[in-house]
Design a protein around this ligand. Sequence first.
Ligand code: ATP
Ligand code: MG
Length: 175
Amino acid sequence: MKGLIHIYTGNGKGKTTAAIGLGIRAYGRGMKVLMVQFMKGMETGEMFTMEKLGPGFTLYRGHEVSKFTWNMNSEELDAMKQNLEKDLEYAISEASTGNWDMLILDEVVGAVSSGYLSLDKLAGFIRNKPDALEIVMTGRNAPQELVETAHYVSEIKAVKHPYEQGISARIGIER
Ligand code: ATP
Ligand code: MG
């Protein structure tokens, strides 16, 4: 089967969880799924789920980003950018092993649209991806170049979010 490219973008809740849902469907059919998370700091529930699923659905958290970017000085920002590049290189090298049927690059779109990771590098990889590999990317403000290359692009629009009513992130729902 030829692998296609997905993007979940937009300002609403559900991009990461949609990607995980697709991964769960693929896993159920015996596909091997690798999810690489970019710019993650906090513990999230899926870490524990994927430990239970075994190597067929593997989560690689990448380098931790434990501070808000607007609180970082220029050295910290540079270090984060270098780490993001290493995380992308890790994903690219794993893709080339042929061990995976689906590669989820969670928040890679946000890293690129915020200017922390090279669009050229990501777009170059996507255009030349292994033929059978399904790729799923998430994050806000998907650049036009990625949208044009992708086959599925879904934009999740925030109509309401309880954050606006002062309800902060809940364990098991947001994290
Ligand atoms: P989820 O991880 O729940 O599927 P997401 O991937 O769409 O959400 P991100 O843009 O990655 O959301 O945002 C990170 C965190 O902010 C998540 O905990 C998410 O639930 C939460 N979030 C998403 N959209 C909003 C919003 N419109 N207002 C406030 N918080 C949000
Ligand atoms: Mg997300």
